[in-house]
Design a protein around this ligand. Structure first.
Ligand code: SF4
Length: 329
């Protein structure tokens, strides 16, 4: 048994092997062996990780910390070496800044950035007495790989709708590839799977035009939505209070699934239990660069797609359905 299998149990390991298998172009059997060897070699030295937080709510950290399979503690303690993370590190003050500087000086670390970077005024987000933008630029210089974690760090997110001139990492660091793991918050599988891919191949995974790993962001939420058959028939929810409509398509209530690239509807959240659309809310488009300002109002059809759909589908608006048709639906 390789060292990595001793640290993460076999079920967890197979899960992450499966996550990277398709992207590596290997069969499941091959990938178990190859990923095992590569990660074991990497983890014998525990790759250093710096996790910075700027204008954020720590939601991505919370998402990561709530990982059940494998537990976040196992990832942090056994697989990678987190040298700096404001929310979870025990050190504080000068001591923690010293560790950050020493790690940056040595280089070769994976840099994770959570939260957006203010540009309107250097005083908007100061950490350890320095503007956050300066810290990101400094840490990016010697990083082996840079991952923007969550909607704010990738494209500005919710803070970009405010007055701070909030930007994503790609707008600040332009001379290195940035891996964008969007969604608000980040999905722990997307993050850990991308780190595993990098440790295994020492390469950035294939990215789409927005810098997102294609293995997770290659299809829209709409492509695999379980309400899709209702969409095709033009059967859309118009009344939240009507129990008969509870499974109908949410496009009229502002669902942004047709324009949002992420595998949420297949992978789901909360350890595969559910996700926004399964809970009765439309997709808010949090994986897209235009989130948040460009997706509001969240519960309105801002694209006009619902009306187009009703025009062209056989049954038309749910309001036009007869009682008999409602029962059939
Ligand atoms: Fe598409 Fe949203 Fe309707 Fe699902 S609920 S079918 S993602 S429009």
């Amino acid at each position: 048994m390789s060292p990595i299998l001793g640290e993460i149990n076999r079920r967890d390991f197979l899960k992450y092997s499966a996550v990277t298998a398709a992207a590596l172009g290997l069969s499941q059997a091959d990938v178990v062996t190859k990923v095992s060897e590569a990660i074991a070699a990497s983890t014998s030295k525990k790759p250093p990780v710096i996790w910075l937080e700027g204008q954020d709510c720590a939601g991505c950290t919370t998402s990561f910390a709530s990982a059940l399979n494998p537990p976040a503690a196992s990832i942090i303690l056994d697989t990678i070496s987190v040298r700096y993370h404001e929310t979870i590190m025990a050190a504080a003050g000068y001591k923690s800044e010293e560790v950050l500087h020493a790690t940056v000086k040595k280089g070769g670390y994976v840099l994770l950035v959570e939260g957006s970077i203010p540009t309107a005024d250097r005083r908007f987000c100061m950490v350890g007495g320095r503007p956050f933008k300066e810290i990101v630029e400094e840490c990016a210089k010697n990083a082996a790989a840079i991952i923007a974690v969550g909607a704010c760090a990738t494209y500005g997110g919710i803070p970009a709708a405010g007055p701070t001139g909030a930007k994503g990492v790609r707008d600040i660091v332009k001379n290195k590839p940035i891996i964008n793991i969007s969604t608000c918050p980040v999905h722990v599988d997307h993050l850990v799977g991308t780190i595993v891919y990098y440790l295994t191949t020492k390469k950035v995974p294939p990215l789409d035009k927005e810098g997102r790993p294609v293995m997770y962001f290659g299809e829209t939420v709409h492509d695999n939505c379980r309400r899709r058959s209702y969409f095709e028939e033009g059967i859309v929810l118009e009344d939240w209070n009507d129990p008969k409509q509870k499974n109908w398509c949410l496009i009229d209530k502002g669902c942004k699934g047709p324009d949002t690239y992420s595998d949420c509807s297949v992978r789901k959240w909360n350890d595969g239990l559910n996700f926004c659309i399964d809970c009765g809310a439309g997709c808010h488009g949090c994986a897209e660069p235009t989130f948040y300002a460009g997706m509001t109002p969240l519960y309105s059809d801002i694209t006009g797609k619902a009306d187009e759909l009703k025009e062209k589908t056989r049954l038309g608006s749910a309001k036009q359905l007869t009682d008999k048709q409602r029962k059939e639906v």
